[in-house]
Write a protein that binds this ligand. Structure first.
Ligand code: 1PX
Length: 218
């Protein structure tokens, strides 16, 4: 164990997490998998701090993060440096189940697609938070963002469980508090900076997946 203040003890700050998405983009607009995954790790920590009712969500996210980290640390890790190189490598080597689940149920491409779809939820949710007023409800904003995006890819049972769990979200003031960014004005300013970045990472990934016909991977 390093010094007396272990990383886990430091108070969580959402700004730092959203900043990791800044690091995702390379000069020629490729997306670094390492930072993408680090961004998700931070988000999961945030989710965990909101309470154990979200455990079924964070568990699935952690599982997907672990699959991608394993690829990064594998002997072929250099093929997984960016999402672009991952897609190229897995497709060229036929490591992706394209139409139905078969040999590669946990390919990098299909695993990342799940997080990618969740990133769209995040973008929509953060945009609602940014434009919300004091009496707005986080549970409603979250549900609207979810139903507009991720829900379309989920079976009925997951949708049901997700929508139930949203009711347990803290209200807007407490939610802003947990974000630990500062007073509401600062939260809104931070969101104004973070959302375009997240959006850009999303758009680039979306275009890449569309170009290779990967948006419906089983
Ligand atoms: C703040 C409230 C957080 C609400 C999170 C909204 C997303 C709800 C997602 C519900 C997922 C339920 C778990 C199961 C999912 C899987 O079925 C499904 C499909 O996977 P499969 O094809 O391998 O079977 N998996 C997925 O779609 C991936 C879901 C990943 C969700 C990650 C959510 C992280 C949330 C981070 C919250 C951060 C909020 C920050 C706001 C300031």
């Amino acid at each position: 164990m390093a010094g007396p203040v272990a990383a886990e003890d430091q108070k969580f700050c959402l700004k730092e997490v959203l900043d990791t998405f800044k690091l995702c983009l390379s000069e020629n607009k490729e997306v670094y998998l390492e930072h993408y995954v680090a961004g998700w790790r931070g988000l999961v920590r945030f989710l965990n701090s909101l309470g154990s009712v979200f455990g079924f969500i964070s568990k699935d996210a952690v599982k997907k993060i672990q699959i991608l980290v394993a690829f990064l640390n594998d002997e072929n890790g250099s093929q997984y440096v960016t999402i672009q190189s991952m897609v190229k490598y897995e497709l060229e080597n036929e490591l992706v189940d394209l139409t139905k689940c078969g040999k590669y149920p946990e390919s990098g491409c299909r695993t990342l697609l799940r997080l990618h779809r969740a990133l769209r939820w995040l973008e929509l949710f953060l945009e609602r938070l940014r434009t919300s007023t004091e009496d707005s409800k986080t549970s409603v904003m979250c549900a609207e963002a979810y139903n507009e995006s991720l829900a379309q890819h989920h079976i009925w049972m997951i949708r049901k469980a997700a929508n139930l769990s949203f009711c347990m979200l803290p209200g807007r003031p407490a939610f802003f508090e947990v974000m630990n960014v500062g007073p509401p004005e600062q939260v809104l300013a931070m969101l104004g900076e973070a959302i375009p970045l997240i959006s850009e990472v999303y758009q680039i990934t979306e275009a890449l997946y569309a170009q290779h016909n990967l948006l419906d991977l089983p």
